[in-house]
Every structure is written in C-alpha cells, then in structure tokens.
Design a protein around this ligand. Structure first.
Ligand code: MTE
Ligand code: MO
Length: 319
C-alpha cells in the first residue's frame, strides 16, 4: 500500500536533503579533524551535536509520505520529553549525557512470550524500515520525520498475545538519577501510554530506533520509542522499558494528568477543539515565522488506513 498525499509545503519552507547531507559531511569532517587536534571538550564546542552511528540494512517503506522531511536540527532541538524538562529546548541539553545502553525491555501480561529482553535481541528479528511520517503535536505544530523502526504489528504478532489481550500498554524508564525532570512531579511517573490491540496491529505504528538512517538521539526517545502517525505526538512514548498486554484499558499519562483535555484515543481531530485552543490548523516547524498555518487533516491524513478502526465510535466523546 502506498500512501500519497498532496505535498502541502513549499520547497522554500524546508531544509533540503542536500543541505542535510552537507551538514553531516561537515560534522564528520570536523569530528575527524578534531579527533587528532583537540581535547574532547574543545571538540564538543566545535561540533555542537555529534551524529550517531549509521544503521545497517535499512529498507525503504511503502508507507512513507512523499512530503519533504524536516531538518535533523528541527527534529532534534524542538522536543517534548518531560523526563528531561518541560521546555522544548530542554531535552537536547539535559538528555545529552543519558546513556541508553545497555537497555532491557520487559514484556508482561496476556502474551505467550513474556520476559526481560536485551534491546538488541528484542529488535533483531525484525526488518529495519525507514518510514517518513507526518507527526502532529496536540499543541498545533507538526513535523515530517524520517524514522527508522520496526513494525509494531510484527512485534505484537511475535510476542503472541492471548485471546484475553485487548490492549497494549507501554512504560518509559523512570530514573530520577539519569532523568532530571523526573525529580519534579509534573506527571505521575513513569510516563505511560496504550493502544488497543486493533490499533497496535494496524500496519502504520512502529517502534522507532533511528532517525535519518542513524541511531535514535536521546532527546527523541533512545533507544526505542513508539510512533503512531495518525495520533497526537503524546501517544509516541519514548525510551520504552515495559510492554504489557492487558484485558482492561490501561492508564495513560496525559489522560491521568488532564482527563478533560486528553483522552485515551488521542486521534488527530481538527473538528473537535482542545478545551483551550482550536485544533483546526497547525504550524509546520521549520517553515519560518512568516509561513501561514496549514489546515490539520483528520487522522493526520492517514484516515484511509485507520478510519475503519473507529467505526461506530463517537469521536467527540472518545477523544
Ligand atoms: N516518555 C515520554 N514520552 C513522550 C513525551 C514525554 O514527555 N515523555 N512527550 C510526548 C509528546 S507530547 C510529543 S509531541 C512527542 C515528541 O516527540 P519528538 O520530540 O521526538 O518529536 O513525544 C511524546 N513522548
Ligand atoms: Mo505533544
């Protein structure tokens, strides 16, 4: 299945792949030159953000949008990751020294294959795919991101949920030693999210382990995070340590925190206002301060692939 949507951004609004590659070459050259000449601290100042290891064997996915991706800079410097601070510029700074290896993922609940798995072993059975997805934050901004990840549907199938499993719940690492934001009770930690089994076995969601063909940066949820392109960004839980198959609908962080503002489903719905703002339009990050906002699409433009999952549900009540 090929997802094609009209390109709704002008070429002048984006950082081209060519610029991106030039920047990467510049940084690699800098790192090599710096390695022989400069102490690590000086190198850090010269090369603001070191690029991460290239991921081998990444295949292109037919599910990608044909829209031009945001720049690596946009994607890695404007983030929501409350474990590293509540400001959009906090995660790039406060997650810099976070060490996401070694890492384990614990699978529990209504599935045949439960247990604690080393991250590398967990990912190994699956294809690494590049999927360029439109992402929409509830705060009315959007980006197009070239994720590298594994199909969540394939992972769920592999773990063999029992007939009782109706939902999949996810949990983020909760470590105040390594995550300074967790020392403040801005949310009831750990960060939690969940999907219905039908949502989790739709072909679109991925567990992302990379970005722009490289290892996932800490601020984007290293080493592994959820990506659900038809839902608001907050469903995309980062740095996952726990997966649980459940019979009952699991608790989710933003619903626990503000139940009247954030529901379990969190489907992008331009027709239903957030209690404090309209959701009809969005600002593309990186488009420049004078760029006009663009209309937000139902299910973030992925309705053809997912609208059937919500047949018969009142989407005003189930927000
Ligand atoms: N653990 C955790 N996951 C999280 C968040 C968070 O604060 N903590 N923020 C969410 C929100 S609101 C958004 S918009 C996306 C942002 O992902 P990005 O920074 O990679 O673009 O991450 C989501 N996942
Ligand atoms: Mo968000």
């Amino acid at each position: 299945m090929l997802i094609k949507k009209p390109s709704d951004i002008r070429p002048s609004e984006i950082t081209s792949q060519t610029n991106y590659l030039n920047r990467r070459d510049f940084i690699r050259a800098g790192a090599i030159a710096g390695g022989t000449l400069l102490a690590p601290n000086a190198l850090g100042a010269l090369v603001p953000e070191g690029r991460l290891a290239k991921l081998p064997g990444v295949i292109e996915s037919p599910y990608s949008t044909d829209q031009e991706p945001n720049s690596y800079d946009d994607i890695t410097t404007y983030n929501n990751y409350y474990e590293f601070g509540t400001g959009k510029g906090d995660p790039v700074v406060y997650a810099r020294d976070f060490e996401p290896r070694p890492w384990t993922i614990t699978v529990e609940g209504e599935a045949e294959k439960t247990g604690t798995f080393d991250f590398e072993d967990f990912v190994k059975p699956f294809d690494l795919e590049e999927r360029i997805y439109r992402m929409r934050c509830v705060e009315a901004w959007s980006m197009v991101i070239p994720w590298v990840g594994i199909s969540l549907a394939a992972v769920v199938k592999h773990l063999q949920p029992t007939s009782k499993a109706k939902y999949v719940a996810f949990e983020t690492l909760n470590d105040p030693e390594r995550m300074p934001g967790v020392r403040r009770r801005v949310l009831d930690w750990p960060y939690r999210e969940g999907l219905t089994i039908a949502e989790a076995t739709n072909p679109l969601p991925i567990l992302a382990v990379g970005l722009y063909g490289e290892t996932l940066p800490n601020q984007n949820g290293a080493p592994i995070r959820l990506v659900v392109p038809w839902k608001y960004g907050f469903k995309g839980i980062k740095s996952i340590v726990g997966i649980r198959f459940t019979e009952r609908r699991p608790q989710t962080s933003w619903n626990m925190s503000q139940p009247r503002e954030y529901g379990f489903y969190a489907n992008v719905n331009p027709e239903v206002d957030h209690p404090r703002w309209s959701q009809a339009r969005e600002r593309r990050i990186g488009a420049g301060v004078f760029a006009s906002k663009q209309p937000t699409l139902m299910f973030n433009g992925y309705g053809e692939q997912v609208a059937h999952l919500y047949k018969g549900l009142d989407l005003r009540r189930n927000f």
